[in-house]
Design a protein around this ligand. Structure first.
Ligand code: AMP
Length: 279
């Protein structure tokens, strides 16, 4: 496994691979890797010859400076995880490597940018697309793998790719969960034992909606899911929505082909998100 810190070294490593017509996959991450990240690497390995994983805690996508500051960075463990996963290249740039000068970035990501996470984390998807565009420019991957865990993020990346007409296939990969249903997240390590137990209500509420999708109306499903969450101590709901998977607007028509339930809540001091595709 090659560990690379500079854009120049990355480009010269990848140049012969591209000339050789090998397929390159990119898996962007912010580190603190868990089985969810490893699943993306494994899926990428099945579809490409060379897998590049980036580890970069991107400051421009954080709206809360405290969140950025306390973001976990267990670098040695991450490198071990990637080595064991058989990752080919790790790109781990510094902040000055990625942002040598202050820069302005703003692109039209469509109206869904401002909904859900976009409402609670203003400017988040500008920061996300800014850094992913840089990574796409430096790696020039044929394919890039993202987790459905960040459902809205996948949508925003697809919109960014369409905006620049980039020849990169974006692949959304299933959510990896703990045995009890909690969606794996780098932020889960901040949960106290009580938080960890209370956090289960998020996946339970989503499963309730999925399991009862044919029996109850969408209004009833959302109402009951919200009650479940509101009844749980230490959990403060930001949103629970059954939405159209393309527009992220509330969906009322159960026969629509692309419906997803999305939730975000603060559990103790930690903000968690999760979702489930309903049809
Ligand atoms: P992050 O390091 O949190 O930026 O995540 C890097 C990538 O891993 C993103 O595409 C996430 O959606 C994905 N990811 C995070 N958690 C999971 C999970 N539990 N299952 C699958 N993919 C995940």
């Amino acid at each position: 496994m090659k560990v690379i810190n500079t854009i120049a070294a990355l480009k010269s490593l990848l140049e012969p691979i591209k000339l050789d017509q090998q397929k390159v996959a990119l898996v962007p991450t912010m580190g603190a890797l868990h089985k969810g990240h490893v699943s993306l690497i494994n899926i990428a390995q099945q579809q490409a010859d060379v897998v590049v994983c980036s580890i970069f805690v991107n400051p421009t996508q954080f709206t809360d400076p405290k969140d950025l500051e306390k973001y976990p960075r267990p670098l040695e463990d991450d490198l071990k995880t990637l080595e064991e996963a058989g990752c080919d290249v790790v790109f781990m740039p510094s902040v000055t490597e990625m942002y040598p000068e202050p820069e302005v970035w703003h692109i039209d990501l469509g109206p869904a940018e401002f909904l859900l996470e976009g409402e609670f984390r203003k400017g988040h998807y500008q920061g996300v697309t800014q850094v992913v565009k840089k990574l796409f420019d430096y790696v020039s991957p044929d394919l890039a793998f993202f987790g459905q865990k960040d459902f809205q993020q996948v949508l925003m990346i697809k919109n960014m790719v369409a905006h620049f007409n980039l020849p990169i296939q974006i692949i959304s990969c299933p959510i990896i969960r703990e045995d009890d249903g909690l969606a794996m997240s780098s932020r889960n390590i901040h949960l106290s034992a009580a938080d960890r137990k209370n956090a289960l209500v998020l996946s339970r509420a989503l499963s309730f909606v999925k399991d009862n999708f044919s029996k109850l109306s969408i209004v009833e499903l959302v109402e009951k899911a919200k009650v479940l969450i509101d009844e749980t101590p230490g959990v403060e709901l930001d949103y629970f929505i059954v939405a159209n998977g393309e527009t992220l607007l509330p969906e009322n028509d159960k026969s629509h082909h692309d419906i997803v339930a999305l939730v975000a809540a603060k559990v103790g001091e930690t903000r968690l998100i999760d979702n489930m595709i309903l049809n």
